[in-house]
Design a protein around this ligand. Structure first.
Ligand code: IPE
Ligand code: IPE
Ligand code: MG
Length: 251
C-alpha cells in the first residue's frame, strides 16, 4: 500500500459523501484457509487506508456499513467477535481519528439490548472525543438497516399526527428525511460495494435514491486508497441526470 494516492483522479470533482458496503471479508479468509473472523481483522487496515485516502481527496462524509440489522443471524461466535472487534477498533483508533480531524458518528440502533454495554460506552466516548472535528465526518452504520430506519421515521411522524401537532397533509419528503437517524447527513453521491455482489443489502435505502453505485470485485481486505480513487474516477465518468433528459441539442 502506498501512503498516498497513485491513481489519476480529478481532484476538483470529488464526491462530497461516499458510502461503502465493505463486503467479502469471509471469502478473503476462506481463500487463505483462515477463519472468517480473521477476514474481519484484515479489513481494519483496509478501512484506515481508505480513511487516509478520503482525507487526501477531500471527501467530507464517509459512511461505512459495519454491521447490518440482518447480521445478527450469523453464528454467535462471529457476532460476538464483531462486537468485541468494534470495541477494540475504537480503543485503538479513536485518537488517530481525532488527530486527523475526523468526527465519528454511529448510525443505527445502538440502544439495542444485544449491543454490549462496553461497546455502547466506547461509541459514546469516540463520538464525544471527536464531536468538534470538521475535516471529515465518518459515519459507522452499525446495527443499521435502511428499512427499519424508515419505519422509525414514520413512527415519529405518525405520533405527531396522532397527538394533533401535525396534519397528515403536511408530511412530505423533506420531513421524512429530517426524521431519519442523521438529519444533517447529505445524501451519498457515490456508493461503493466490494466483493462482486450487486445489491444494497438494506444500506441507505432512502438516501440512495440518486446515488451512483460502483461495484468492484475486490474483496474488502484487499481494498485501499488507490481502489477508492479508482471508484471515484469511475463515478466521475457518470452523467447524473436526476430524472432529466440527456442534452442532445446541437452546440
Ligand atoms: C463483510 O464481510 C463484513 C460484515 C458483513 C460484517 P462478510 O463477512 O459479509 O464477508 P463475505 O461476504 O461472507 O465474504
Ligand atoms: C452487507 O453485507 C452488510 C455489511 C457489509 C455490514 P452482507 O454480507 O451482510 O450482505 P449479504 O448477506 O451478502 O446481502
Ligand atoms: Mg458478505
Amino acid at each position: 500500500m502506498a501512503d498516498y494516492i497513485t491513481v489519476d483522479v480529478d481532484r476538483d470533482a470529488i464526491p462530497r459523501h461516499v458510502g461503502i458496503i465493505m463486503d467479502g471479508n469471509g471469502r478473503w479468509a476462506n481463500a487463505r484457509d483462515l477463519h472468517r473472523t480473521q477476514g474481519h481483522a484484515a479489513g481494519e487496515p483496509a478501512l484506515f487506508d481508505v480513511v487516509h485516502g478520503a482525507l487526501e481527496l477531500g471527501v467530507k462524509w464517509l459512511t461505512v456499513y459495519t454491521f447490518s440489522t440482518e447480521n445478527w443471524d450469523r453464528d454467535e461466535f462471529e457476532v460476538s467477535f464483531l462486537m468485541q472487534f468494534n470495541v477494540d477498533l475504537l480503543e485503538r483508533r479513536r485518537d488517530e481519528l481525532n488527530e486527523l480531524g475526523v468526527r465519528v458518528i454511529f448510525m443505527g440502533d445502538i440502544e439495542d439490548d444485544r449491543v454490549p454495554e462496553i461497546l455502547r460506552d466506547r461509541i459514546h466516548s469516540a463520538e464525544e472525543l471527536t464531536s468538534d472535528n470538521t475535516t471529515m465526518t465518518m459515519v459507522f452504520a452499525f446495527n443499521y438497516g435502511g428499512r427499519v430506519e424508515i419505519v422509525d421515521a414514520v413512527r415519529h411522524i405518525a405520533a405527531a399526527v396522532a397527538n394533533g401537532s401535525l396534519s397528515a397533509d403536511d408530511i412530505d419528503e423533506s420531513m421524512l428525511s429530517r426524521n431519519l437517524y442523521l438529519a444533517d447527513m447529505p445524501d451519498p453521491d457515490l456508493i461503493i460495494r466490494t466483493s462482486g455482489e450487486h445489491r444494497t443489502s438494506n444500506f441507505l435505502l432512502w438516501q440512495a435514491a440518486y446515488s451512483e453505485y460502483v461495484f468492484t470485485s475486490v474483496l474488502w481486505p484487499d481494498f485501499d486508497r488507490d481502489e477508492l480513487a479508482r471508484c471515484i474516477s469511475e463515478y466521475q465518468q457518470r452523467d447524473r441526470r436526476y430524472g432529466g433528459a440527456v442534452d442532445r441539442s446541437p452546440t
